[in-house]
Design a protein around this ligand. Structure first.
Ligand code: PAN
Ligand code: ZN
Length: 185
């Protein structure tokens, strides 16, 4: 017996559609431990959207040797001089890697190893980024329009947000003279 089916998910342009898509939105109010300038943060609306994520999880979280797929949409904006960015995480299983592929906008992928050495890679349409294991990752929108990228990661990677929440990254991405600069914290 054989069969021909429609795909479970459509990924067209920058949109991910299908009954099994998980969607989450992060606002400034969700990210109070993330941005450095607490006074600038307090002066902004807590319900200001910072990013949306749409994910396709075809297998259960934690499954060995499965894959997950997600699209992240970061709004343009800054808190003080720091660009809108994702929370950032190490993978719970530290050796798990990930691919990011930029679809739209301009931004920066900020990477920090376990010795807290931070570096950044420019993101623009078409840029492909391999995030090795043992490396915390977050993305910042440095442009005036949405930054959109896709991500592929192992379904057993998990997310460790705790260590970033406690210690942050050693470098923060701020605007200086109209340019993004990775400044030490
Ligand atoms: C991405 C991220 C996404 C949102 O799919 O989860 O960009 O960032 P935070 O998870 O740090 O809020 C990924 O890296 N998955 O592993
Ligand atoms: Zn990740």
């Amino acid at each position: 017996m054989s069969s021909i089916n429609d795909p479970a998910v459509l990924f067209q342009g920058t949109t991910l559609e299908g009954p099994e898509i998980d969607r989450v939105t992060r606002t400034l109010g969700d990210l109070t431990d993330v941005f450095s300038d607490k006074d600038a943060l307090a002066a902004m609306a807590a319900d200001q959207k910072v990013y949306d994520v749409a994910c396709y999880f075809p297998v259960a979280d934690g499954t060995t040797a499965g894959l997950f797929f997600g699209i992240t949409y970061i709004y343009p904006g800054k808190v003080g001089t720091e660009y809108f960015m994702t929370r950032g995480h190490f993978h719970q299983l530290r050796d798990r890697g990930e691919f990011y592929h930029c679809l739209e906008g301009e931004g920066m992928l900020i990477l920090m190893d376990e010795d807290r050495q931070t570096r950044a890679e420019k993101m623009y349409p078409g840029s492909l980024h391999y995030i090795p294991g043992h490396t915390a990752h977050r993305t910042a929108n440095t442009g005036n329009s949405m930054l959109v990228f896709s991500a592929f990661w192992p379904s057993d990677a998990g997310h460790d947000y705790q260590s970033i929440s406690e210690k942050g990254f050693s470098g923060i991405l701020v605007e200086q003279n109209g340019e993004p600069v990775l400044a030490s914290k």
